[in-house]
Ligand binder design. Structure first.
Ligand SMILES: *[C@@H]1O[C@H](CO)[C@@H](O)[C@H](O)[C@H]1NC(C)=O
Ligand SMILES: *[C@@H]1O[C@H](CO)[C@@H](O)[C@H](O)[C@H]1NC(C)=O
Ligand SMILES: *[C@@H]1O[C@H](CO)[C@@H](O)[C@H](O)[C@H]1NC(C)=O
Ligand SMILES: *[C@@H]1O[C@H](CO)[C@@H](O)[C@H](O)[C@H]1NC(C)=O
Ligand SMILES: *[C@@H]1O[C@H](CO)[C@@H](O)[C@H](O)[C@H]1NC(C)=O
Ligand SMILES: *[C@@H]1O[C@H](CO)[C@@H](O)[C@H](O)[C@H]1NC(C)=O
Ligand SMILES: *[C@@H]1O[C@H](CO)[C@@H](O)[C@H](O)[C@H]1NC(C)=O
Ligand SMILES: *[C@@H]1O[C@H](CO)[C@@H](O)[C@H](O)[C@H]1NC(C)=O
Ligand SMILES: [Cu+2]
Length: 551
């Protein structure tokens, strides 16, 4: 009954050519497409074009299901705008955010139950869709930090409506960084986030359905030629050499701002390192890991703001980027007085208020040697990082996850339902990421350790503020050449695709009216492409159309 098709293409970073030649898996045509094709057979239309139109309609349905609709808008208005969230003290009071590995078993269990409740009642998906909508208004620009601050504070408020004892923990991956292979970390076990590769099928978030109604998945430390990386303590130190918001944020030109002291870029690297849904803007905020990643980014920003106040005498509520130098997208609306997308009763500058971290939440200092927050899952390593003679706290590996008594969340049932295949489409701007650190999950620990030591030894040198380790330089140059040669090809491809999309869309409309569609039209599709523009974390994926079937 099923016809077979071929995966379109999957283009990632400089693995471009390789991906084209070897990745041609077979996938099963979704039933919606088959039905559509069947209906087209009775019509006097070109069947080849009709088949393409069916496919396009299928894509667009998946994509539009992934942005905010009226129900979501009402939700955010009712729950935040109408309660003037941010302007008044939070009903659930002040809370303290800590590293997730410092929580005890009860606290962790309560956290996971709260996440589960927000998954079950659809709030997590609403946040996922808000994040996926108009991504250019809060990424690749000045609004990035303030917007995400308010976004996760709002999410945390929802967690606390479920259980007022819960606060949003952060995931301090600047500890995981010092493991030979951070993919072995305890967080990627059923005691914490669940497995780190493939569909999440163990732990408290297993089989949660996310963007495009697919179970969330991850692809940690993939073996790309330009591998992304976690943020290290050296990276954080680098940021702390600066004094102004503009020094660590993105403005009009991402290419000029690709220094190692751009916090948004560093954050992109973590998204790409986790990979899977976390690696795509449209799906990232469906994975609970997103909120703990962003809590740590927010914590780093807060440390920077403390430095601004205490050492630089900068007014953190007024310090922003220069007029007109706000975002890569011309329509980004990322100025201080532009409305905050999804929280339009606030301006972007509201994210700079001091009272977020006095009236809403505060940060407990990240675990430090010698006691490492008395966590069962961290130990103090005195020798791994020569930059830190007092030692660094390092997570244990995933086999330290033993007490999993309370960690069973039974969501297997929906997973048993046959999935008609999934679609992911992301058209991102051609941005360059920072060089990765080369450690993939496919290495042995010995190889990982050797690479890490090399990295740290280079970090010891008194380097100029924006330099990267020298061993990467030649590789980066090669990549740049490959990329620039291919970018013209890609540009051409993009034009072809866009033209095709416009054409097919026209045809789809024609076809749909002539076919007397039974599907109720839910919203126009033109808006979708707007909303989905710049659909990735900018760093490693130039252009990516991926069609695949996941179990
Ligand atoms: C249908 O459209 C395809 C693609 O444009 C074209 O190659 C083919 O010749 C058309 N078939 C007919 C019967 O017009
Ligand atoms: C909004 O989207 C969600 C998820 O796709 C869906 O369940 C809901 O019915 C939609 N609501 C409206 C009013 O369209
Ligand atoms: C928000 O408040 C306004 C004014 O009271 C009201 O008209 C509107 O319906 C409320 N929105 C929602 C979604 O409840
Ligand atoms: C935080 O500060 C801003 C600006 O001073 C103010 O408008 C807002 O009401 C304050 N929020 C709280 C919770 O006090
Ligand atoms: C975990 O911490 C809470 C305080 O947040 C405390 O009340 C509880 O007794 C602790 N549980 C265990 C098992 O230590
Ligand atoms: C995940 O990793 C494990 C161990 O490396 C491997 O056995 C498994 O096949 C991987 N799963 C996927 C979906 O890649
Ligand atoms: C940023 O990166 C791009 C691509 O790697 C490079 O061409 C450009 O010179 C870099 N800009 C700065 C200021 O380092
Ligand atoms: C630890 O991770 C490895 C590699 O991903 C996996 O094969 C193994 O099953 C995991 N062990 C536990 C106890 O989760
Ligand atoms: Cu984001």
């Amino acid at each position: 009954m099923f016809s077979e098709g071929v995966v379109l293409l999957s283009v990632c970073c400089s693995g471009l050519l390789a991906a084209n030649s070897k990745e041609s898996d077979v996938w099963i045509l979704p039933s919606e497409v088959i039905e559509c094709e069947e209906r087209a057979k009775d019509e006097p239309v070109n069947q080849t074009l009709a088949a393409e139109a069916c496919m396009r309609t299928y894509f667009v349905d998946r994509l539009s299901a992934n942005v905010m609709n009226k129900s979501d808008q009402d939700f955010f208005e009712r729950e935040f705008a109408n309660k003037t969230f941010g302007k008044k003290r939070p009903p659930s009071g002040y809370r303290v955010r800590r590293d997730i590995r410092v929580l005890n078993l009860t606290e962790r269990h309560k956290l996971f139950l709260a996440f589960d409740a927000l998954y079950q009642n659809g709030v997590l998906a609403r946040f996922g869709r808000l994040h996926a909508t108009k991504v250019y208004r809060k990424h690749h620009g000045a609004a990035f930090l303030p917007w995400h601050r308010v976004f996760i504070a709002a999410f945390e408020e929802k967690l606390r409506e479920v259980d007022p004892d819960v606060s949003l923990p952060y995931w301090d991956y600047s500890m995981d960084y010092y493991m030979p292979l951070p993919s072995d970390s305890i967080v990627w076990s059923k005691c914490f986030f669940g497995n780190g590769n493939g569909t999440v099928n163990v732990g408290p978030f297993s089989f949660m359905y996310g963007g495009y109604n697919m179970p969330i998945s991850r692809d940690i430390a993939p073996a790309a030629t330009c591998p992304p990386k976690l943020i290290s303590k050296e990276d954080i130190d680098e940021l702390m050499k600066f004094c102004n918001f503009a020094d660590i944020t993105t403005g009009k030109n991402l290419y000029q701002d690709n220094s190692s002291h751009n916090l948004e870029k560093l954050h992109d690297g973590v998204h790409d390192w986790v990979g899977g849904d976390m690696g795509v803007l449209g799906t990232a905020a469906y994975d609970p890991v997103f909120y703990m990643h962003h809590a740590f980014i927010d914590y780093i920003w807060e440390q920077f703001r403390r430095r601004q106040t205490n050492e630089c005498q900068v007014d953190v509520e007024k310090d922003y980027r220069k007029l007109g130098d706000y975002s890569v997208a011309d329509n980004g609306q990322q100025g201080p007085n532009d409305p905050m997308q999804g929280f339009e009763y606030l301006k972007n500058s509201a994210g700079l208020w001091k009272n977020w971290t006095t009236d809403f939440y505060g940060y407990e200092k990240a675990p430090e040697c010698p006691n490492c927050g008395y966590s069962d899952f961290l130990y103090c390593d005195m020798s791994i990082n020569p930059n830190r003679p007092n030692g660094v706290c390092v997570p244990k590996t995933n086999d330290s996850c033993v007490n999993t008594l309370l960690m069973a969340f039974n969501r297997d049932e929906p997973h048993e339902k046959p999935q008609g295949g999934g679609a992911k489409l992301s058209l991102g701007p051609r941005h360059f990421g920072l060089p990765g650190d080369g450690r993939t999950r496919f290495m042995s620990r010995e190889e990982g350790l050797a690479l890490l030591k090399q990295q740290l030894a280079l970090g010891m040198e008194d380097k100029p503020t924006t330099s990267r380790p020298e061993t990467r330089a030649s590789l980066d140059t090669t990549n740049t050449i490959i990329i620039s040669t291919l970018s013209s090809v890609l540009g051409l491809l993009l034009i072809v695709v866009v033209t095709l999309v416009v054409y097919i869309r026209k045809l789809t409309k024609k076809l749909q009216s002539s076919l007397n569609e039974r599907r109720t039209g839910d919203g126009d599709t033109a808006e979708t492409s707007d909303d989905q523009e710049s659909g990735n974390f900018g760093s490693t994926h130039d252009f990516n159309i991926e069609l695949r079937q996941r179990v």
